[in-house]
Write a protein of this length. Structure first.
Length: 215
């Protein structure tokens, strides 16, 4: 079931953010999966957090979108991965959607927000972002979903940003070093990790303000 499936007020977003990130809209994403191989292992959960610039040109969290995903037919389900993230793919209350419908719940509102922000595309922000983007891209390819809002290969990675800003690369340690509250009991859910990664990303960006480009 989607945490949010409609853009509440697209007009609340502004075009300033397109100048901050050269026409890209950063969207913080976390996925939970049944393994490390994006071609064979199931995608089980997606969370996406949008950001915006406020009147002080500080980056702030805007909206969160979250959906549980049914394993695709023939998907590998690694017991070790499921034990790590605590997901039971067959739990009756997951309210999971087939991959294509799950992607639609995430992609459609993001496309509206990209347009509202006068951006060209979304750019995925993640902690080890290549992992999340790989699973998103493979799911889109597998379901023949043609309107993927994300840049196909460029990302903004909070691992690198945290190493630069705080000398840490592990998400929990980066969060704690940044002075952000972290609850180990809620970790490894896509929703919690995406929202915390978004807080981390906003804090690092706001510590490094630059003049907005006019190009």
């Amino acid at each position: 079931m989607a945490y949010a499936c409609q853009v509440n007020n697209p007009e609340d977003y502004n075009a300033l953010i397109s100048k901050r990130f050269r026409g890209f809209l950063p969207v913080v994403v976390d996925v939970e999966t049944a393994g490390f191989n994006d071609q064979t292992d199931a995608l089980l959960e997606i969370a996406a957090v949008t950001v915006n610039l406020n009147e002080n040109q500080d980056l702030v969290i805007a909206e969160t979108f979250h959906v549980h995903v049914d394993p695709f037919e023939g998907a590998n389900l690694d017991p070790k991965a499921l034990a790590f993230n605590g997901i039971d793919p067959n739990h009756p209350f997951r309210n999971a959607l087939p991959e294509k419908k799950a992607l639609k719940e995430i992609f459609e509102p993001l496309r509206k927000i990209v347009k509202a922000c006068n951006c060209n595309r979304a750019i995925l922000v993640g902690h080890n972002a290549f992992f999340d983007l790989g699973f998103i891209n493979q799911a889109a390819a597998r379901t023949h979903y043609k309107k993927n809002p994300f840049h196909p290969f460029s990302t903004l990675d909070t691992v690198s940003l945290s190493a630069l800003a705080y000398g840490q690369t592990v998400l929990a340690k980066s969060i704690e070093k940044a002075g952000i509250e972290w609850d180990h009991r809620q970790a490894h859910s896509a929703l919690y990790d995406a929202e915390k990664t978004a807080e981390l990303f906003c804090k690092i960006v706001n510590q490094n303000k630059i003049p907005l480009s006019e190009d």
